[in-house]
Ligand binder design. Structure first.
Ligand SMILES: CC(C)(COP(=O)(O)OP(=O)(O)OC[C@H]1O[C@@H](n2cnc3c(N)ncnc32)[C@H](O)[C@@H]1O)[C@@H](O)C(=O)NCCC(=O)NCCS
Ligand SMILES: Nc1ncnc2c1ncn2[C@@H]1O[C@H](COP(=O)(O)OP(=O)(O)OP(=O)(O)O)[C@@H](O)[C@H]1O
Length: 198
């Protein structure tokens, strides 16, 4: 029996930074953002659904999804975001569960990196949830810096998810990422040792 650890957080709170540490220890990682890219490759049914809802304009000339354009639409218009979430949810869920199942054959610990874990109800497919936490003001600061956004744009993206405080209050484990990199490394390693995965 493998232990499935869900990792979530807000945009730019440091999920990738934490997940990379688990990868360094060779634990398998299912990345929901990558799965979400795979299910909308040209020819896949989820892409057809997006086109029938958002129009042909949502494709690039080579027939692939114009991710930048779709991002601009959904982060500015909550109704359209909800529509996208609804139409992708069944495809995402099937693919995520199937990738987790496959990974459990090879490892005692499987990491599921799911940005919208709470919003989309993935608590039921993982054993525990770790939230990578920084306070919202620092989240705004790191997001603006990483993506070269204005404060308004950063806050708009953050507002499209549950707040980081709400996620923190639902966590089984909190990986606080306010301090320097070495501090978060130490926390992850301590958790692995305390739970006998190292
Ligand atoms: C809108 C899309 C095309 C934008 O693509 P882009 O390459 O610019 O961003 P990327 O996929 O790397 O997502 C970056 C981050 O945005 C946030 N995010 C993505 N989709 C959503 C959403 N529907 N609601 C809230 N936040 C979201 C997540 O924190 C994610 O980590 C893409 O994010 C997408 O297909 N989203 C819908 C699928 C989804 O729900 N993904 C999250 C998996 S849990
Ligand atoms: N401890 C830290 N100190 C300073 N900066 C950090 C720290 N951890 C992460 N960062 C920076 O903050 C930004 C966000 O981190 P990261 O990309 O890991 O977040 P994320 O939660 O995976 O984001 P997203 O889900 O939006 O892709 C990055 O630019 C990263 O370099």
């Amino acid at each position: 029996m493998s232990f499935i650890l869900g990792i979530t957080g807000g945009i730019a709170t440091g999920k990738s930074t934490v997940v990379d540490l688990f990868k360094k220890y060779n634990f398998p990682v299912i990345d929901a953002d990558i799965v979400a890219r795979e299910i909308v490759e040209p020819g896949k049914p989820a892409l057809k659904k997006i086109v029938s809802n958002f129009g042909e304009d949502i494709l690039l000339t080579d027939g692939s999804l114009n991710r930048r354009r779709l991002g601009q639409i959904i982060f500015a218009e909550p109704k359209k975001r909800q529509r996208l979430d609804q139409l992708l949810a069944p495809f995402l869920q099937d693919a995520i569960i199937s990738q987790i199942d496959t990974a459990t054959n090879d490892s005692s610990l499987v990491i599921a990196d799911i940005p919208l874990l709470f919003e989309a109800g993935y608590e039921k497919v993982v054993d525990q949830v770790a939230v990578v936490y920084i306070p919202e003001n620092l989240q705004v600061e790191r997001l603006m810096k990483r993506e070269n956004l204005t404060e308004k744009e950063a806050r708009q993206k953050i507002a499209s998810q549950f707040s980081i405080e709400k996620k923190k209050s639902r966590a089984d484990i909190i990986f606080d990422n306010q301090k320097e990199y070495s501090s978060i490394c130490q926390k992850v390693t301590s958790w692995l040792k305390a739970n006998k995965f190292l």
